[in-house]
Design a protein around this ligand. Structure first.
Ligand SMILES: [Zn+2]
Length: 97
């Protein structure tokens, strides 16, 4: 509650607060898990919501923005929504008869 006031005061006293500047060079670069490339482009993953799950009772398509390697098109697991990751991990066959 008093946070906002503090921040405003600080901005008035110090015009360039160092904490608001992020040092990009020290940040971790994410690379493609498949080819090691480090540039990505935004792509859209589309989830189909079945009529049973949809609140409107109708099938719906929901776009989710993810990043794909712009060299090989691979989408790192860390970019995928959590559920998507689980589905991939669970796809390992464990059933034995
Ligand atoms: Zn790649």
């Amino acid at each position: 509650m008093s946070r906002r006031t503090n921040k405003m005061n600080r901005q008035m006293n110090a015009p360039m607060p160092s904490e608001s500047r992020i040092d990009i060079s020290s940040a971790e670069s994410i690379t493609c898990d498949k080819c090691g490339n480090h540039t990505f482009e935004t792509v859209v993953l589309i989830k189909r919501i079945s009529a049973i799950m949809s609140p409107t009772g109708q099938e719906a398509l929901v776009p989710i923005q993810v990043f794909s390697c712009n060299a090989c098109g691979w989408v790192n697991k860390e970019f995928l929504p959590t559920k998507e990751r689980n589905e991939q991990e669970e796809s390992t066959p464990t059933i034995s008869v």
